[in-house]
Design a protein around this ligand. Structure first.
Ligand SMILES: [Ca+2]
Length: 487
């Protein structure tokens, strides 16, 4: 269809080009035959006028010009005829072409419409696709927006909660501050009260210290008075003892003379070194006897126990009623004090001298406030001299006053309130009273304070024999006595 159309168009163009060419040529001739042409035209001399309206005048012109321009010859005629033919052909073509062109145009319009419809459809489908995509995007955007809104809401909620918590914390902190203030106030009050109490206590302490000082002074005065009284008493007792001794010696003399008279012969008199000698001399009654200890310048009166465990015991310590003060110094414990008829301490110097004569054993008789009796016995006993602080030496413990020995078996020096020879950082003789072989301070002290019945419990400074009655029981009576091992 397009090819045919182009052919027609080319033909049509070539015809018009030829006509233009010829027109240019003939114009040159127009001046020659213009007048003739007009005259013929007026007379109606037109042969080829019908059907060739548009160029009828030109055809007539050329036909008539053959007469007036013979120089044109047969060629011009032929050309004109050919032109006429071409005109007729053109007319035919135009006629034919009208329907075909209409058809072509219609087809073209249909094609164009179809194309446009296709394009429209395509555009519509593309638009629909784009619309769908847009819808999707919009949906996504909406979803995203919703999520963001939800997150925003959640964040707002979290923020609200945090704010609430913050507020609560702030309130609690405020409360704590208030409590702290209250506590500080109370502490200050208490400090004030404590300070007042402390001041009061200090005052009381000072008062008490003053009282103690006064009491100590009074006690010292009383002690002095007591000492004076004791001295007086001792003098009287000494006189009494001397009288009794004299009487005793007289009795002994009478007895001996009686024995001699009875035996019919006189034995050479030997001085008694201890109560064992006395006993072996025939005196089997407990009482006071005079003995002559080796290396001692003067005789010594002692109490001889002739009853316990076969008799012959020289008593070196005895307590029974608390009538004698045992809180004494080194010199008194050295030389002894008290009365052999009652409570007394023989004296470390005498004990040393006796136990230096031969081997001795020691027996300790005890009685508690419930009337129970017990004893501790040692197979060996002697003490060192004064330079050795009258150190204690013991061996072989037996008896009923405890399975363990309450005297220090490994040895201990003698201590008094004015001679601290114990193994304690403290001064045992001052703390526990009396003179004794203290360790640190050890489980016994038979020279401690005498406590009466009912007062004897819970007394650490009493008459103590730990393995018999415990550490704080003060005993009722004690007797320490020695006898030769070979008695
Ligand atoms: Ca000490």
């Amino acid at each position: 269809m397009y090819i045919d159309l182009s052919i027609y168009l080319s033909i049509y163009l070539s015809i018009y080009l030829s006509i233009i060419y010829l027109s240019i040529y003939l114009i040159s001739l127009s001046n020659i035959c213009l007048s003739q042409l007009h005259s013929w035209a007026d007379s109606g001399f037109v042969v080829a006028k019908s059907g060739i309206n548009c160029i009828g005048h030109i055809c007539v012109l050329f036909c008539h010009c053959k007469y007036y321009m013979p120089q044109l010859g047969g060629l011009a005629y032929n050309v004109i005829c050919f032109v006429l033919y071409l005109l007729q052909l053109e007319n035919y073509i135009v006629e034919n072409m009208k329907s075909e062109m209409a058809q072509i145009q219609q087809n073209a319009v249909q094609n164009h419409t179809a194309t446009m419809l296709e394009i429209g459809t395509s555009l519509l489908s593309q638009t629909a696709e784009q619309t769908r995509k847009l819808t999707d995007v919009e949906t996504q955007v909406l979803n995203q927006t919703s999520r963001l809104e939800i997150q925003l809401l959640e964040n707002s909620l979290s923020t609200y909660k945090l704010e609430k918590q913050l507020l609560q914390q702030t309130n609690e902190i405020l409360k704590i501050h208030e409590k702290n203030s209250l506590l500080e106030h109370k502490i200050l009050e208490m400090e004030g009260k404590h300070k007042e109490e402390l001041d009061t206590l200090k005052e009381e302490k000072e008062n008490l210290q003053g009282l103690v000082t006064r009491q100590t002074y009074i006690i010292q005065e009383l002690e002095k008075q007591l000492n004076r009284a004791t001295t007086n008493n001792s003098v009287l007792q000494k006189q009494q003892l001397e009288l009794m001794d004299t009487v005793h010696n007289l009795v002994n003399l009478c007895t001996k003379e009686g024995v001699l008279l009875k035996g019919g012969k006189r034995e050479e008199e030997k001085p008694f070194r201890d109560c064992a000698d006395v006993y072996q001399a025939g005196f089997n009654k407990s009482g006071i006897y005079t003995i002559y200890i080796n290396n001692m310048p003067e005789p010594k009166k002692v109490f001889c126990n002739m009853d316990v465990n076969g008799g012959g015991w020289t008593v070196i310590q005895h307590r029974e009623d608390g009538s004698l003060d045992f809180q004494r110094g080194w010199k008194e414990y050295k030389m002894g004090f008290g009365n052999p008829s009652g409570e007394y301490w023989l004296g470390n110097e005498f004990i040393f001298a006796i136990t230096s004569q031969r081997q001795y054993m020691l027996r300790i008789e005890l009685m508690d406030w419930e009337g129970n009796r017990a004893y501790s016995q040692y197979d060996r006993f002697h003490i060192g001299n004064e330079k050795q602080n009258y150190r204690l030496y013991l061996k072989g413990h037996t008896g009923t006053a405890g399975k363990q020995s309450s005297l220090i078996l490994h040895g201990a020096d003698f201590s008094t309130k004015d001679a601290d020879n114990d193994n304690c950082m403290c001064k045992c003789a001052l703390m526990l009273t009396g003179g004794w072989w203290f360790d640190a301070c050890g489980p016994s002290n038979l020279n401690g304070m005498f406590y009466t019945a009912g007062q004897n419990h819970g007394k650490l400074n009493g008459i103590k024999w730990h393995y018999f009655k415990g550490p704080s029981y003060s005993l009722r009576s004690t007797t320490m006595m020695i006898r030769p091992l070979d008695f």
